[in-house]
Design a protein around this ligand. Structure first.
Ligand code: AMP
Ligand code: ZN
Length: 502
């Protein structure tokens, strides 16, 4: 595996600290508003990285935090806490807002096919760890207190400050910027711990040696939790490119100052932005779309995943509905190709036709190594995707070979290809529900419902065909799909009967 490392500004061979084990920390989501497509891009590309590492035989320990306190509206240690902002916007408590948007985040991740972290860590559940880190920095002489404001890290005491981001520390320390926080010794100094301001009345406060009502700064949470679960030095840390000059620069300074060990992280992986109309999609600008906007317009989350694969994680990507619409068509075409391959292979297995024999393993191996080589070379997803399409178009591979290759590629791409037929039915049924609000009456239906939405009728028809063909897997899958949509299906001698359950 080779990865671009922001520390060295080079693509490097990946060599973990411990053989075959990888400690990976992904900067998590700030739970004050909806997860949007920009986040989906970042976390889906993290997922591709983790799945590729696993495919290469690494045992990955994946830690991801939930920022539920301390992330201020401005990177300059001023402005409102984002959680307090979200609570006001939605007229709820900070705790409710945090819980709801955390749930929304994980639901979005699941729909995109992203692996859950081995450990998801909330900042509010690690106050003690963060406090200990700040106390240790104080003991070592790296901090100073600004009365009524907070505990600050003195960057002039850490000569390596800003190396990763290429910051000119001297210029910053001479006060090139207009200082927003009175009492800061250097512009680049940052808050480790903040005190509640007069009249602020925060919902989230904790007692600390410096103030009865105080809370951690944002940067300190990532250092404290990463070191707690991955050790004082670990392999990979990911985040968006916006984190390079402040958040990650500060993480390095406070971690290395505290432990005296360098580097805190061996490889820093940074993702570029997803933009919309040329501007970064962001919660604070409000120019964002969510996974539900995708679904409610009739698109599949996995078509979005396929679209994300077309851009390298280090390049900017511009989101348009036209691109997604084009990708939805390609995705359906791919599902159809795979469903046909599955049918062909399973029929040939039934008739004992030896499709396996005509396969030239050499060629299949070539496709396979090309695909994984592309991912191994700094996660070149566009190139890997091209290999997937080449496999589907090849005249030289047998159906069996094609299917095996596509299924192996799907371990990384997660496009629901293992259930291609069912995914197609789901797409058809959700499309039908956009074209018809009110269904027409059909026979063989019991229960309270007299009219059925077209989407449900479509599933029933597909299920009837599946049963006629003795395709019990598909029939069961469609039964579960009906259940998801609020209908229980009962099979009788007269056919399928439906009962509305919600
Ligand atoms: P936040 O919830 O703002 O802390 O962001 C969580 C992660 O998503 C961070 O690593 C951000 O850099 C990343 N992120 C936010 N907006 C975008 C975007 N439009 N495109 C790509 N990544 C983003
Ligand atoms: Zn972070």
């Amino acid at each position: 595996m080779r990865l671009y490392n922001t520390l060295s500004k080079k693509v490097e061979n990946f060599v973990p600290i411990a053989r075959k084990k990888v400690g990976l920390y992904a900067c998590g989501f700030t739970v004050y508003d909806f997860t949007h497509l920009g986040h989906l891009r970042k976390y889906t590309m993290d997922d591709v990285l983790i799945r590729t590492l696993k495919h290469e035989g690494y045992d990955v320990n994946f830690i991801q935090n939930i920022t539920d306190v301390g992330h201020l509206a401005s990177d300059e240690d001023t402005g409102e806490d984002k959680l307090e902002k979200g609570a006001k916007k939605y007229g709820k408590s900070v705790w409710d807002v945090a819980k709801e948007f955390e749930d929304y985040f994980f639901r979005s991740m699941d729909l995109m096919g992203n692996l859950r972290p081995d450990k998801s860590t909330r900042a509010t559940e690690h106050i003690e760890d963060q406090l200990n880190l700040v106390k240790n920095l104080e003991k070592k002489g790296y901090t100073y207190v600004i009365e009524g404001d907070g505990v600050y890290f003195d960057t002039s005491k850490f000569p390596e400050y800003g190396e990763m981001a290429g910051l000119d520390l001297k210029r910053q320390q001479e006060g090139a910027r207009v200082e927003k926080v009175a009492g800061k010794r250097n512009s680049s100094d940052f808050a480790l711990w903040k005190f509640e301001r007069e009249g602020e009345n925060r919902a989230m406060v904790w007692e600390s040696p410096w103030s009865k009502r105080s809370f951690p700064g944002w940067h300190v949470e990532c250092s404290a939790m990463a070191m707690k679960y991955l050790g004082e030095q670990f392999d990979i840390h990911t985040g968006g490119i916006d984190h390079i000059p402040v958040h990650h620069t500060n993480e390095i300074a406070q971690s290395e100052a505290s432990t005296g060990k360098s580097p805190f992280v061996k490889y820093w992986v940074h993702h570029n932005f997803l933009k919309v109309d040329g501007t970064k999609m962001s919660k604070s600008l409000g120019n964002f779309f969510t996974i539900d906007d995708i679904i409610s317009r009739g698109f599949s989350p996995r078509a979005l995943r396929l679209l994300l694969m077309t851009a390298h994680y280090q390049s900017e990507m511009n989101f348009t509905w036209e691109n997604l619409s084009g990708m939805q068509k390609s995705y359906e075409r791919l599902l159809k190709i795979v469903a046909d391959l599955q049918k062909k292979v399973s029929e040939s297995e039934k008739t004992d036709e030896k499709v396996v024999d005509d396969f030239d393993s050499g060629l299949a191996e070539k496709f396979k190594s090309k695909f994984f080589a592309a991912l191994s070379e700094n996660l070149n997803t566009p190139q890997a995707l091209a290999v997937l399409w080449d496999v589907t178009k090849s005249n030289e591979l047998s159906s069996f070979e094609k299917l095996s290759l596509v299924m192996e590629f799907n371990e990384i791409f997660q496009l629901d290809l293992e259930v291609a037929e069912l995914a197609l039915v789901k797409i058809r049924s959700s499309k039908a529900s956009f074209t018809s609000e009110q269904g027409r009456e059909i026979g063989n239906v019991s229960g309270k419902t007299t009219g059925l939405p077209e989407a449900i009728q479509q599933i029933l028809l597909d299920r009837e065909t599946a049963r006629k063909n003795n395709d019990w897997n598909k029939s069961d899958g469609l039964r579960d799909l009906l259940l998801e949509k609020g209908y229980k299906v009962l099979d009788s001698s007269e056919g399928q009967k439906l009962e509305r359950i919600k």
